[in-house]
Design a protein around this ligand. Structure first.
Ligand SMILES: NC(=O)C1=CN([C@@H]2O[C@H](COP(=O)(O)OP(=O)(O)OC[C@H]3O[C@@H](n4cnc5c(N)ncnc54)[C@H](OP(=O)(O)O)[C@@H]3O)[C@@H](O)[C@H]2O)C=CC1
Ligand SMILES: O=C(O)[C@@H]1CCC=N1
Length: 264
């Protein structure tokens, strides 16, 4: 197998779907493992990849091993598979709060580790991943894993000390953005728009705004100013958002996520 996922929950499924949609690997080149045989059979039916309830089988047979369990499960899972992981295999972590040093300590030997922080929009090919690697990883190997992650979105190589900040800005942030979309859609419903259409209006406005930032490379403040007509509707909404502390709420919220990741 080219790639094996140990643990196949929300994040692994998003990544696998993204990889398959892009054709980076075929179904036959991927394996995933998890504790529940029933759940793994369901995933095999849904995604068409090989699944197993045996983590050792998934680890032993994969060139690249993605540890996609909750951070609290890492040590247990690594102890289970470590004797089967050779020095040529690449271990990719996606957990918040777990340093490469901690992961290497659990392996108890020199191990090629690539630490990443992806996000769930990988499912639709619009993920954002922060990535770093330890010195045992060859440049070519890092390039390959980067390419895999680029098959479902954008990738930035960062220093490991910045990964906690990546959790705040992109790992966790889809949740805050969904809350914003939900609230905007509620306001649309209040204004008389049917609920289903309200989500389209709200989500498309967020998507388009994000695209404007990425594609025009203009400062977001400048783009905001261009929407605000003098004495118009938007500046009134901006006034209320400032009054209610939107910016401060977002900064405090993202920083709270960063702090949890730092202290995990
Ligand atoms: N969700 C997100 O947006 C993001 C998550 N992450 C990271 O991804 C990792 C996984 O998160 P997420 O996908 O949300 O979590 P999930 O709970 O959805 O997935 C974890 C999976 O691990 C399985 N599992 C539990 N115990 C074992 C075991 N002993 N061996 C193998 N598999 C096991 C679970 O199976 P079962 O359900 O049967 O118990 C479950 O399917 C975390 O480390 C998190 O920090 C990173 C970026 C974004
Ligand atoms: O909530 C979490 O801990 C994980 C990490 C980033 C997004 N979800």
């Amino acid at each position: 197998m080219e790639i094996g996922f140990i643990g196949c929950g929300n994040m692994a499924k998003a990544m696998i779907s993204g990889i398959l949609a892009e054709g980076t690997f075929t179904k036959d080149e991927m394996i995933a493992s998890g504790p529940s045989e029933d759940k793994m059979n369901q995933i095999s039916e849904q995604l068409g990849i090989t699944t197993t309830s045996d983590n050792i089988k998934a680890a032993k047979n994969s060139r690249i091993i993605v540890l996609s369990v909750k951070p609290q499960m890492y040590d247990k899972v690594i102890r289970e598979i470590r004797d089967e992981v050779g020095k040529d295999q690449i271990v990719v972590t996606i957990a918040a709060g777990l340093s490469m040093e901690t992961v290497e300590r659990s392996f108890g030997k020199e191990t090629k580790i690539i630490r990443t922080m992806p996000n769930t929009p990988a499912l639709v090919g619009e993920g954002m991943t922060g990535m770093c690697m330890n010195p045992y990883v060859e440049e070519e190997e890092a390039r390959e894993v980067r390419k895999i992650f680029e098959s479902f979105g954008k990738v930035e190589i960062v220093d490991e000390k910045l990964i906690d900040a990546v959790v705040g800005v992109s790992g966790s942030s889809p949740a805050y953005v969904y809350m914003f979309i939900e609230a905007l859609a509620d306001a649309a419903v209040l204004g008389g728009i049917p609920r289903e259409k309200a989500y389209t209006f709200a989500a498309q406005a967020v998507l388009g705004s994000a695209k404007m930032v990425l594609e025009t490379k203009e400062h977001p403040g400048k783009l905001k100013d261009a929407v605000c007509s003098p004495a118009g509707t938007t500046i009134e909404a901006v006034r209320v958002l400032e009054q209610k502390g939107l910016r401060s709420a977002v900064i405090e919220a993202a920083n709270a996520a960063v702090e949890v990741s730092r202290n995990m």
